[in-house]
Design a protein around this ligand. Structure first.
Ligand SMILES: NC(=O)c1ccc[n+]([C@@H]2O[C@H](COP(=O)([O-])OP(=O)(O)OC[C@H]3O[C@@H](n4cnc5c(N)ncnc54)[C@H](O)[C@@H]3O)[C@@H](O)[C@H]2O)c1
Length: 264
C-alpha cells in the first residue's frame, strides 16, 4: 500500500497503535502499514478498530489503555513490539454534559479520574508493558501523543493541559534515560505534539469557536506524516510540535543535562 508520505522503511517491524480506530491513530496505522509494518491496531472501539485493521492487513486487539491487565494480555499475545504509538486520549468532558463557569469548579471526580487514567496511566502502562520486549531485542521506538497543550497553556481545558504536560515530562525523562545511560538499549522515546487536528476529539462546540477565530484545523494525514518522520529521524526525548502547513518544530534538550547525573 502506498500512502505518499512514507519516509521510513518499516518492513519486518511490528507496531502497536493505541486509539487506532479513529483520527490520528487510524491515519498513523495506515501510514505505518503503508511503510511495511505489521500493525496491531488497538482501541476500545471494537468495530472501528477491527475495520481499520482489516483495511490495512493488520490485526486488531481490544485494549483499554487504562487497564494494566489488558496491556499484559495484549503484549503477551500479540507482542513483542518494535514500535509503540501510545496515542489514545480524550479531553476532560468528552462525552459528558457541559459544565458552566470556569473549567475546574464543576469538575467531577469521575471526569478527572477518567482523563488521568487514559491520558497519563495509558502512556505509563503502555511504556511499562512494551519496554521489556524492546530491551530484550536491544532496540525500539516509543512515540506518545501529547499535544501543543503539553507545551503551551490551554485555558479551556486545564486538566487536559495537565495530562499532556505530564506526557511531555515523562517522554523527556524516559527518553533521556535511554539516551544518556551507558549500556542502555537503543530505545527512542519521543512525543508528538499536534495543534488542532480534524478528529472526533474536536466537538461541535470547539469546532465553532475555532471557526469563529479562523483557527486552521489540520488534516490527520499531515500529523501521521510527522510520526513517520519521527521514526525516521529518531530524536530521543524530543517533542515534535505540529502545525498546519509548516515543517514540524522539534524541541530537544541536551542529553548531558539531566537531574541526578553528572553534568558537563
Ligand atoms: N485532534 C486534536 O486536535 C488533537 C491535538 C493534539 C493532540 N491530540 C491527541 O491525539 C490523540 C488521538 O486523538 P484524536 O484527536 O485522534 O481523537 P479521536 O477521538 O479521533 O481518537 C481517539 C481514539 O482513542 C480511543 N480511546 C478512547 N479511550 C480509550 C481507552 N481508554 N483505551 C483505548 N482507546 C481509547 C477512541 O475510541 C478513539 O478511537 C489523543 O491523545 C489526543 O489527546 C489531538
Amino acid at each position: 500500500m502506498s500512502n505518499g508520505f512514507s519516509t521510513v522503511e518499516l518492513a519486518e517491524r511490528k507496531a502497536i497503535v493505541t486509539g487506532g480506530a479513529s483520527g490520528i491513530g487510524k491515519a498513523t496505522a495506515i501510514a505505518m502499514a503503508g511503510a511495511g509494518a505489521d500493525v496491531v491496531v488497538t482501541d476500545i472501539d471494537e468495530d472501528g478498530g477491527a475495520q481499520v485493521a482489516a483495511d490495512i492487513g493488520g490485526s486488531f486487539a481490544m485494549l483499554d489503555v487504562s487497564d494494566p491487565s489488558a496491556w499484559d494480555r495484549v503484549v503477551s499475545t500479540a507482542g513483542p513490539f518494535d514500535i509503540a504509538f501510545l496515542n489514545a486520549g480524550i479531553s476532560t468532558n468528552q462525552g459528558l454534559p457541559r459544565t458552566e463557569g470556569d473549567p475546574i469548579s464543576a469538575l467531577t471526580d469521575d471526569a478527572y479520574r477518567r482523563i488521568m487514567s487514559i491520558n497519563l496511566d495509558g502512556v505509563v502502562y503502555g511504556a511499562r508493558a512494551v519496554l521489556p520486549g524492546m530491551t530484550e531485542r536491544g532496540s525500539g521506538d516509543i512515540i506518545a501523543t501529547a499535544s501543543m497543550a503539553g507545551l503551551f497553556p490551554i485555558s479551556l481545558d486545564p486538566v487536559y493541559g495537565l495530562t499532556k504536560h505530564g506526557v511531555v515530562g515523562f517522554v523527556r525523562s524516559l527518553g533521556n534515560y535511554f539516551e544518556s545511560t551507558d549500556g542502555a538499549p537503543d530505545i527512542c522515546v519521543s512525543a508528538l505534539c499536534p495543534a488542532f487536528t480534524d478528529t472526533n476529539i474536536i466537538g461541535e462546540e470547539l469546532r465553532a469557536v475555532l471557526d469563529t477565530f479562523e483557527v486552521e484545523i489540520m488534516p490527520v494525514d499531515h500529523v501521521a506524516g510527522v510520526v513517520m518522520r519521527m521514526l525516521a529521524e529518531r530524536k530521543p526525548g524530543s517533542q515534535w510540535a505540529v502545525e498546519p502547513g509548516h515543517e514540524p518544530y522539534v524541541f530537544e534538550w541536551p542529553a548531558t543535562k539531566t537531574l541526578g547525573q553528572d553534568q558537563e
